[in-house]
Design a protein around this ligand. Sequence first.
Ligand code: UDP
Ligand code: MG
Length: 314
Amino acid sequence: MPVPKIAIVIPVFNEAAVLPELCARLDALFAAQPDCAWEAILVDDGSRDSSAALIRAQAARDPRYRLVELSRNFGFQSALSAGLARADGADAAVTMDADLQDPPEIIPELVAAWRGGAEIVRATRRSRRETGLRRAGFDLFHSLYGKLTDYPIEPNSGTFGLLGRAAIDAFNALPERHRFFPGLRAWIGFPTADVPYDRQERAAGQPQQSLRRLARYAMDGLFSFSYLPLRVLTYCGVSIAGLGFAAAVFYAVRRILGIETAPTGYTTLVTLLLFLGGVQLVGIGILGEYLGRIYDEVKHRPQYIVKKTGGDRR
Ligand code: UDP
Ligand code: MG
């Protein structure tokens, strides 16, 4: 049976402080698992420190390491896409952070789950290390995301995981630009397995993702997978117009019964205001429905993804 080829895709941004340890731990993994052909694809996302030089030196020493150098800092999602697009020959690709918060020692378990038949393996955190504002933000995002979209993501999983060949191809075929990896991984489907692990502290250096970046990333996640926010306008509009109608009936009945309390003109004003406001919101909501559909078309996601057609090398 041929040896499966596993690529490890790692976006790197200003990680010179952790790269030596990362390479050492990957080397240990490669040595301990000779039943796979390993390849580490390190994507340098426009680092301003010596990260690219370190990776280049490592690649010169060891042909299992590959450097993909981006022309500037494009952000984590783009770097990840660049790496996955270059995992051509691989039977599976592991996606992980460079900072060793995702321990490489878990990778054999991911591979085992893949060999057991899962096309997508998510490493799920038993515990989260974030606290304070970041933590509150994560919790808020996951509760909103779960309510708004039809493709639930596992709240305790991030990028760390494995994609089989069919899943890599499906991911690479997605042409959309605002990429939210966990959402897309859920969207492409396929049999999925979870492997629990303990998230580690950063081996060295500072988090490279600012809170602002994370917030933008969260918006990408929400707005790429839901147009419920557009639909909310229609619901509000219908409710407000309904309220206007009810007010009209209420005041008309009172007048007929001879109970006159409101000053002259008040009834007409309130009724018109509510009713017209509602009608306008419904109008915007209808535009929103078209916009949502146009958005869907523009994203150009494939209509379906084939799970399997031929043989398999796991
Ligand atoms: N990263 C990247 N480009 C960026 C920011 C981060 O490639 O613009 C990489 C970074 O080197 C690390 C991973 O993305 O390998 C996760 O970044 P970080 O540890 O800062 O994020 P957090 O752990 O806070 O989610
Ligand atoms: Mg990190």
